[in-house]
Design a protein around this ligand. Structure first.
Ligand code: NAD
Ligand code: IPM
Ligand code: MN
Length: 357
C-alpha cells in the first residue's frame, strides 16, 4: 500500500527545516518499510512569486489527495503590503478551511534535557506535558463580516466577527474530551465568557458535553488568567481547549515553556483524520537563509504525522527517541543554547537525528 505525503516547504526558514524533516522521513520510510511516496508543492509567498496566488489550484488539489501534509511555514516582510486576500498566510488558512482541519493539536512537552533552556525556573517546568487543542477553522479568523469600512463621518473602521456555531464548538470539544480521556483526564476550557457572548455559548456547550465524558474533570478559565497561569504554574494543566485566536496566542506562550518555539510541533486534523502537520512557529525572516533555525519542531511534527494520519506508531516513536538522543548528546541549535551544549546548524541537527535513528 503506497501512501502519499505532500511536502509544502513555504517561505523563510520553511525550506530549511522541511529539508531536514524530509531526510528523516526518508530514512524511517526505508527502515520501517512504510511505503511512503513524497510530492512537493508551492504555498505562501513562494507560490505568490511563481503563480500570483498563495494557494494555487494545483497545490490544493495535491493537498486534497494526499494522505498527509507536512508544511514548513509561510510569510515574510516582502509580502506584508499585499492586500489581505493575496497574502501568504491566506495560503495556509485556505488549506486549513478547504480541508476542514478544525482540530489543531499543539503538545507542549518539555524534553528533560532542555529544562534549563526554558525562560522559567526548571522546577516550574520540569515534567511539563500539556496539550493545547485549538479550534482552527472558525472563530474570529473566519467570521463574516470582516473588513475595513468608511463611516459616515469619513473615518475608517476595521472590523472582524467572532462567531462559533454550536456544532463547531461541539466537534472541537469532543476532540479535547477524548484527548483528555487518553491522558490525565483534566480538561480546561479557556474563554472570555465574562465579556463575549460567543464564549458564553462555548462554555455552555462544553458543560453539556461533560455529561458524555464523566471521567474527565472539566474546568473553565478566562483567557487572561490562563495566560498568567501558564507562566505561573503550567503543570496545573493537562489538556486546554480553546478557540482559534486564543489558541494561537496561548500556544506560542506555551512553546517558550519548552525551551523554544523551535521545539513545538502541531497536527491539524479533520474528521477523517487526514492531517496537516507543521511547527507552531513561523517563517522566522530574521534568521532565514542563515542555516541556524531549529528543525526539531518540524521533525517532531513529522513524527505526529506518522502517528495520527499514517498509523505508524513505531516509526513515530523512533523519531522521537532519536530527537531525545541528540539532545542527550548535548547538540543545540542557537535558540536552545541557553543551557550550554554544542552549537549546531540546522543541517547538523538534522544529520544528528538521522544518525540517531
Ligand atoms: P516567527 O515564529 O516566525 O518568529 C518569532 C521568533 O522566533 C523569531 O525571532 C524567530 O527567529 C524565532 N524562531 C521561530 N522559529 C524558529 C526556529 N525553528 N528556530 C529558531 N528560532 C525560531 O513569528 P513572526 O516573526 O511573528 O512571524 C514571521 C512570519 O511568519 C510572518 O509572516 C507570520 O505571518 C508568519 N507565520 C507563519 C506561521 C505558519 O506558517 N504556520 C506561523 C507563525 C507566523
Ligand atoms: C500559526 C500562525 C498562523 C495562525 C498564521 C500564520 C495565519 O500564527 O499557525 O500559529 O495565526 O494560525
Ligand atoms: Mn501562531
Amino acid at each position: 500500500m503506497s501512501r502519499n505525503v505532500l511536502l509544502l516547504p513555504g517561505d523563510g526558514i520553511g525550506p530549511e527545516i522541511v529539508a531536514e524533516a524530509e531526510k528523516v522521513l526518508n530514512k524511517v520510510n526505508d527502515q520501517f518499510n512504510l511505503g511512503l511516496t513524497f510530492d512537493k508543492a508551492l504555498v505562501g509567498g513562494a507560490a505568490i512569486d511563481a503563480t500570483d496566488s498563495p494557494l494555487p489550484d494545483e497545490t490544493l488539489e495535491k493537498a486534497r489527495n494526499a494522505d498527509a501534509i507536512l508544511l514548513g511555514a509561510v510569510g515574510g516582510p516582502q509580502w506584508d503590503s499585499l492586500p489581505m486576500a493575496k497574502r501568504p498566510e491566506k495560503g495556509l488558512l485556505g488549506l486549513r478551511s478547504n480541508l476542514q482541519l478544525f482540530a489543531n493539536l499543539r503538545p507542549a512537552i518539555l524534553y528533560p534535557q532542555l529544562a534549563s533552556a526554558s525562560s522559567l525556573k526548571p522546577e516550574v517546568v520540569s515534567g511539563l506535558d500539556i496539550l493545547i487543542v485549538r479550534e482552527l477553522t472558525g472563530g474570529i479568523y473566519f467570521g463574516q463580516p470582516r473588513g475595513v469600512r468608511e463611516l459616515e463621518n469619513g473615518e475608517r473602521q476595521g472590523y472582524n466577527t467572532y462567531q462559533y456555531t454550536e456544532s463547531e464548538i461541539r466537534r472541537i470539544g469532543r476532540v479535547a474530551f477524548e484527548a483528555a480521556q487518553q491522558r490525565g483526564k483534566k480538561l480546561c476550557s479557556v474563554d472570555k465568557a465574562n465579556v463575549l457572548e460567543v464564549t458564553v455559548l462555548w462554555r455552555e456547550i462544553m458543560e453539556d458535553l461533560k455529561r458524555e465524558y464523566p471521567d474527565v474533570e472539566l474546568s473553565h478559565m478566562y483567557v487572561d488568567n490562563a495566560a498568567m497561569q501558564l507562566v505561573r504554574a503550567p503543570k496545573q494543566f493537562d489538556v486546554i481547549v480553546t478557540g482559534n485566536m486564543f489558541g494561537d496566542i496561548l500556544s506560542d506562550e506555551a512553546a517558550m515553556l519548552t525551551g523554544s518555539i523551535g521545539m513545538l510541533p502541531s497536527a491539524s486534523l479533520n474528521s477523517e483524520k487526514q492531517g496537516m502537520y507543521e511547527p507552531c512557529h513561523g517563517s522566522a525572516p530574521d534568521i532565514a537563509g542563515q542555516g541556524i533555525a531549529n528543525p526539531l519542531a518540524t521533525i517532531i511534527s513529522a513524527a505526529m504525522m506518522l502517528r495520527y494520519s499514517l498509523n505508524e506508531e513505531k516509526a513515530a516513536e523512533a523519531i522521537e527517541a532519536a530527537v531525545s538522543k541528540v539532545l542527550d548528546q548535548g547538540l543545540r541549535t542557537a535558540d536552545i543554547m541557553s543551557d550550554g551544549g554544542q552549537k549546531v546548524s540546522t543541517r547538523e541537527m538534522g544529520e544528528a537525528v538521522l544518525s540517531a535513528l
